[in-house]
Ligand binder design. Structure first.
Ligand SMILES: C[S@@+](CC[C@H](N)C(=O)[O-])C[C@H]1O[C@@H](n2cnc3c(N)ncnc32)[C@H](O)[C@@H]1O
Length: 269
């Protein structure tokens, strides 16, 4: 995937593991129970961070994953072996042609994946095909128009717009708010899409604002050169936007908002 923004280097793979744990602490897995023996597939599994969290939540679940990039598959398999899940079946392949027969899985999970696709319909139809009748899909995505900070800054706005524009060009910047219609169009039933909005502000003794600002800065900063080249933008100004974002985390007046969506739906029984 030549236009995949984050790349596949070791630093990004380790960041993905930290990210999965960050979202677990932030509650993104709350209320999604996994039963012993449940067959779970993660599509676009990256470095294996989410599969690792699912293994920790339910060690007796049967895990599978697929990613188009062999380096991610290798990393995910090694990570799961280290966590004590050597039987996890992680394969390289394209989500538009899943290598599993109809009705294989109880749960399909996708996070921060559909945002990279220009047209997610075929992938969602494939996800529905490999689910058992009555099986569920869980999809987490954000909306790149919602990353707001206080104090405001023109450099930060420049950075936020660049990120939005890149996703609009190579995927979908507003994937989170489209999950309901997408899942319905792909034939799922009992579709719900729920806001898991995050708003943090400076509170003495509470580091959630700095943690969130740093988490976002950590995934944007390595993309600055790519954003500048691809969108013909000023890399120094983008970098100043990243620095502003980090400064918000330490500012006594600081605050940050980001909207995340979590959709749940089923294959009809
Ligand atoms: C941001 S990562 C998300 C990883 C993981 N879901 C997580 O939450 O940690 C997105 C992953 O989707 C993969 N990907 C993108 N397009 C794909 C496709 N068509 N089929 C399979 N994987 C794909 C990329 O290689 C990348 O590893």
């Amino acid at each position: 995937m030549s236009d995949y923004l984050y790349g596949y280097g070791p630093a990004e793979q380790e960041r993905l593991l930290r990210q999965a744990r960050y979202w677990k602490r932030a509650g993104l897995f709350d209320g999604v129970e996994f039963r012993p023996g449940e067959a779970v597939l993660e599509i676009g599994c990256g470095a294996g961070g989410v599969l690792g969290v699912i293994h920790e939540l339910q060690p007796a679940a049967t895990l599978s994953g697929i990613d188009v990039e062999p380096r991610q598959v290798e990393h995910a398999s090694a990570h799961l072996r280290e966590l004590g899940a050597p039987d996890a079946d992680v394969v390289a392949g394209d989500a538009t042609e899943l290598p599993w027969v109809d009705g294989t899985f109880d749960t399909v999970w996708m996070s921060w994946f559909l945002e990279h696709l220009v047209d997610p319909r075929r992938v969602l139809e494939e996800a529905r095909r490999v689910l058992k009748r009555g099986g569920r899909i869980v999809v987490c995505e954000t909306d790149y128009s919602t990353f707001k900070v206080h104090p405001e800054s023109p450099n930060y706005d420049y950075l936020e717009q660049a990120q939005y524009d890149y996703f609009e060009r190579h995927g979908c910047a507003t994937a989170g708010r489209l999950l309901g219609p997408w899942l319905t169009a792909a034939g799922f039933v009992e579709v719900q899409n729920v806001l898991a909005g995050f708003h943090h502000y400076q509170v003495p003794g509470d580091d959630r604002l700095s943690q969130h600002a740093n988490y976002v800065a950590e995934f944007i900063e390595p993309t600055v050169e790519r954003l500048a080249t691809s969108l013909d933008l000023d890399a120094d100004r983008l970098q100043l936007g990243v620095e502003h974002l980090r400064s918000v985390g330490a500012d006594p007046r600081g605050a940050m908002t980001q909207i995340v969506y979590r959709a749940l739906a089923r294959r009809a029984g």
